[in-house]
Ligand binder design. Structure first.
Ligand SMILES: [Zn+2]
Length: 267
C-alpha cells in the first residue's frame, strides 16, 4: 500500500509496513481518566514509512518490523509496498531512523543476515545507539536490545550520527525528542512538515491525554514533557505531520483542544 504526495518541492511516498496490534490502553498508559483507560479493547495502528526523493537520492525513514510478527500477523509489508512503488531495495541511498524499537528498524536486515538496503547509509542519533549498547536493565527492552544487536550493530560502520538541529540531508533537519527513547529523533522538512516518530503514537489518546505516562517510553516523565513541547510547537506553527502510527497514510495536523490536543487527519 502506497500514498504519493509532495513535501515542499520534494517527492514523497508513504509505504505501509502493515498494521500493528497494540495492547489495551489500560496496559500501556498510566494516568488516563477512568472512562478512557478502562477499555480492554486492543487498538490497531499503522506503520507508515516515509520515502523522500531529494536530488535523485531516495531516503527511507524507518523500516517496520521485518519478518517478525510481535504485534499481529499483518506487518512486514514494506518490501511489497516498495515493489508497488517501483523501487528496488538497492535504490535506497539513506535510511533514517527515529529510534531503535522493533517496529522502526527490524526491516534493516533480511532473514539471512544480509542488509535489506545494501547501498544505504544509516542516520540516527548517537544517544540512541549508545543507549542500546549500554545494556539497559529494563525487562521490556529485551526484544529491542536483541533487535539492535541483529539489525544495527553489524552495520555500525555505515551509521552516521546526527546532531540535534543539524540539516544532515538537503531540506531535512534533525530534532532530538527524547523520552520515548533516549535518542528519539523527529525530523523537520522544508515547507513546514514534520515526521514525528513515536512522540505521540496513539490516536486519539496520546493527543487527548498527553500527560498519561506510556509504558513504551524508556523515560515516561521525559516522554510527557517532550510530547507536550513537540505537540504545542507543531500545533502553533500549523505544521503538517507525517505520523508513523497515525491512521493511514498518517498525514495531518495537530490542533490545541482545551488543555490538550487533537490529531486532524488530512494534508
Ligand atoms: Zn513505534
Amino acid at each position: 500500500m502506497i500514498h504519493r504526495f509532495a513535501v515542499g518541492t520534494m517527492q514523497a511516498t508513504i509505504l505501509s509496513d502493515g498494521p500493528l496490534l497494540l495492547p489495551a490502553a489500560s496496559d500501556i498508559f498510566d494516568g488516563l481518566p477512568p472512562a478512557a483507560g478502562q477499555s480492554a479493547t486492543r487498538t490497531t495502528i499503522e506503520q507508515n514509512c516515509l520515502l523522500l526523493e531529494i536530488g535523485g537520492r531516495k531516503i527511507l525513514f524507518d523500516n517496520g518490523l521485518g519478518s517478525q510478527k510481535l504485534y499481529g500477523p499483518d506487518s512486514g509489508r514494506l518490501p511489497a509496498s516498495l515493489a508497488e512503488a517501483g523501487i528496488a531495495p538497492t535504490d535506497i541511498d539513506a535510511l533514517v531512523l527515529t529510534h531503535g524499537h522493533c517496529d522502526h528498524c527490524w526491516g534493516t536486515m533480511a532473514d539471512d543476515g544480509t542488509p535489506q538496503f545494501p547501498n544505504a547509509t544509516i542516520y540516527m542519533a548517537e544517544a540512541e545507539l549508545a543507549y542500546w549498547e549500554s545494556d539497559p536493565p529494563a525487562e521490556r527492552d529485551e526484544p529491542s536490545l536483541a533487535g539492535v544487536a541483529r539489525h544495527l550493530l553489524p552495520l555500525r560502520d555505515r551509521i552516521v550520527f546526527v546532531r540535534d538541529g543539524a540539516t544532515f540531508l538537503p531540506g531535512v533537519q534533525a530534532w532530538l525528542t527524547p523520552g520515548h527513547t533516549p535518542g528519539h529523533m523527529a525530523f523537520l522538512f522544508e515547507g513546514n512538515w514534520c515526521l514525528t516518530g513515536d512522540v505521540a503514537f496513539h490516536d486519539p489518546l496520546s493527543f487527548a491525554f498527553p500527560d498519561a505516562r506510556s509504558a513504551f517510553d524508556t523515560d515516561p516523565l521525559q516522554g510527557v514533557e517532550t510530547r507536550r513541547r513537540v505537540l504545542a510547537r507543531l500545533a502553533d506553527a500549523e505544521t503538517t505531520i507525517v505520523g508513523y502510527h497515525q491512521p493511514w497514510p498518517g498525514l495531518g495536523r495537530i490542533v490545541r483542544h482545551g488543555g490538550s490536543f487533537r490529531f486532524l487527519a488530512g494534508a
